[in-house]
Design a protein around this ligand. Sequence first.
Ligand code: XMP
Length: 319
Amino acid sequence: DWTMAAYKDQAIAAIREQVGDGKVICGLSGGVDSSVAAMLIHEAVGDQLTCILVDHGLMRKNEAAEVVAMFREHYNIPLVHVDASDTFIGALEGEADPEKKRKTIGRLFIDVFEDEAKKVGGADFLAQGTLYPDVIESVSFTGGPSVTIKSHHNVGGLPERMNMQLVEPLRELFKDEVRELGKELGLPDSFIGRHPFPGPGLAIRLPGGVTREKIRILQEADAIYLDEIRKSGLYDAIWQAFAVLLPVQTVGVMGDGRTYEYVCALRAVTSVDGMTADFYPFDMEFLGSAATRIINEVRGINRVVYDVTSKPPGTIEWE
Ligand code: XMP
């Protein structure tokens, strides 16, 4: 009968057969899918795999460093960490349109990835963490096999440009199965259970133009919010939770002084697949203490609001 352990062995054999003694590169996003794909391929072909983390500077606080530490130190998987934050943030500085932000990020991502792939001497294969739902979706869009995936961190278009074949070891799996496979490969539960995080990162949680200062404020507020959620034991009951930094300043009072600082919106939803979602019904005590901590600890925020919109009619993200 079917077990994930057996699936793992079979997938490793298939990767060895496909790759032979070729070189593989894999783009790591910090998410579960690309990490599980990379772990599996590393088990199959070892140092024939090089991972590339294109760091756009729009990840959560400490997230890039945590992923790098896990791969390099814990698993000993060769990983190139590219700090491309100047390039990305520079290009996003004056851009307020959400779709243009996504397009800019997608385009720069491909440019940076391609450059880095050349620097490591190129490769014969490009690995992607494409899941079964991605395959179905893109077949129904294109009528052909899946090559390009909607989200930017799958590097669509690159295989042809760089003359590489795709390795997609998760093509037959659903998300819950990928998590199970991740466990089988020894990834820690804390990593496997992570909330989904969008490829364009914090750029779409900062309505308006992106600046380093706004990213700093948002990262700090978001980290405190998630810390409160974890401490309350609510993390696993929530599909996604995050802070949004509104491009609105309001008047407040601190000590004997007047403040004029940004508003932070908190979002948390439950969902099965991200297609529909309900706002999470925190109790007021939780919200009050999260808000107090954010306002006290984050320079630049003096007001916090909670988003009680479900999807539809809202979307999960604000952009
Ligand atoms: P929405 O906001 O459309 O989000 O309700 C549904 C799910 O998709 C994620 N999301 C994205 N993921 N690139 C991604 O990789 C994107 O551009 C993007 N936009 C939204 C969102 O975080 C949620 O999980």
